[in-house]
Design a binder for this molecule. Structure first.
Ligand code: ZN
Length: 418
């Protein structure tokens, strides 16, 4: 049916489509949109009560499709900080969990700041005292954390908390993200038409030529044109990266070479530029700027904030072999981050504070403060959230509104326990 050449093209076509998937681990949250019009969080059942999980998840990793696999889809990944830093200690873990399936595997690596002798960043990894300490979503974030650790080590104990707070203010800096995002979007828009043209050439024109006239014509007709187009697109992306100060020179060169040597990669150049704006900022900052205002509707930013806050207030049990000092560091960072988030997003303060879900059924005697599940049970902890204690309603919380109106702050899942 197909000649060998056509089969080879088909295989390459399939392989390169894999490049149109955005992968994230359990520290990552994918914000998606269609033509940048309306953003939502991919794969999270935000607001559905439970801390949902990624729709496509394999061993703690999830994925989302982007252009051209899903035509016009854009994605930006926000990352929770994979380390916890207190004025005394750095721990390769974080109490925060985005997904119901728990945290990514965390080792038992931790150092007190006085113990640190050698610190370095190799690609996306932070190395402390000659051992691989932790992997970051981007080299830029790893370098930023390294700089913070160096500053902390050279500062007196009483100044360290303020320095860590300043770093968290950077993560929550909406104005800085807004400015960088606007510049990246403008630059990406300039590249978008080139990317679409290249997509049509490689994924429509080339297969048609290969089927009608043979692979020789497809390669001769589309190959040189594809390489030229990829060269031009990646040159534009390279200049934009340098102008906007996104990543280092070596990273920009790497992206450029990759795109020129492999033209299908260049189709993603516009998307890569917008994604490069995200790594230094917290997922809350991305949510505040990208997600729509929709009250407590599942796709709105309020629901996302409420969910992150519930996790901060009532974290899952800390797994692994952490000692007291590590646990204290993890908890200290969560409290500090919540405190700074309250300052950075004052209009969402209500979402960030603890709330009591409205009792949906008088038979339910307990609720989970983390996922909002309501239970008729004698159990002490939530069956969905390991280690989170169930709470009882107080006398004044007990009324169920008449008329079945949606209660403010009420979670919508009700379930009978065992
Ligand atoms: Zn729960």
């Amino acid at each position: 049916m197909f000649t060998d050449g056509q089969l080879l093209l088909l295989l390459l076509w399939g392989i390169y489509l894999c490049d149109c998937l955005v992968w994230h681990d359990r520290y990552g949250v994918v914000f998606r949109s269609w033509w940048g019009v309306r953003w939502h969080v991919a794969g999270l059942e935000v607001g559905a009560g439970g801390m949902g999980k990624s729709n496509w998840e394999v061993a703690g990793h999830g994925m989302a499709c982007v252009n051209p696999l899903e035509c016009g889809a854009q994605a930006v990944v926000g990352h929770v900080l994979p380390v916890a830093i207190s004025p005394n200690r750095v721990v390769a873990g974080n109490l925060q969990t985005i997904y119901a399936t728990g945290r990514p595997p965390q080792g038992n690596r931790s150092f007190s700041l006085e113990e640190l002798t050698g610190m370095a960043v190799r690609e996306e990894e932070l190395w402390l005292n000659g051992t691989r300490f932790c992997r970051f979503p981007s080299a830029g974030l790893a370098r930023r954390v390294l700089a913070l650790l160096r500053t902390l080590q050279g500062s007196p104990q009483e100044r360290r908390e303020e320095l860590i707070r300043a770093y968290w203010r950077e993560r929550f800096d909406r104005q800085a993200f807004r400015d960088l995002w606007a510049s990246c979007t403008v630059a990406a828009r300039r590249l978008q038409w080139g990317c679409m043209g290249l997509f049509l050439l490689l994924y429509v024109v080339a297969p048609v030529l290969a089927l009608r006239l043979g692979t020789g014509w497809a390669v001769l007709g589309c190959g040189p044109l594809g390489v030229l187009a990829a060269f031009a697109i990646e040159w534009g992306a390279f200049r934009a990266r340098r102008r906007l100060g996104v990543g280092t020179l070596a990273e920009a060169c790497g992206e450029w070479v990759k795109g020129v040597l492999c033209p299908p990669v260049a189709i993603r150049a516009a998307d890569g530029l917008t994604r490069a704006a995200a790594p230094l900022f917290d997922p809350l900052t991305l949510a505040a700027e990208l997600l729509p205002e929709e009250g407590r509707r599942p796709s709105g930013k309020s629901a996302f904030f409420a969910r992150v806050a519930a996790d901060w207030h009532h974290p899952l049990t800390v797994e692994g072999t952490w000692g007291e000092a590590e646990r204290a560091t993890l908890a200290w960072q969560s409290r500090l981050a919540l405190d700074e988030a309250l300052h950075a997003f004052p209009e969402l303060g209500e979402e960030l504070s603890e709330r009591v879900p409205l009792r949906l059924d008088p038979a339910m005697n307990a609720y989970c403060p983390r996922c909002g599940g309501q239970y008729a049970t004698e159990a002490e902890t939530c069956p969905d959230c390991p280690g989170v204690r169930l709470e009882q309603w107080r006398e004044q919380d007990k009324s169920v509104p008449q008329g079945g109106g949606k209660p403010h702050g009420g979670r919508r899942r009700a379930r009978r326990g065992p």
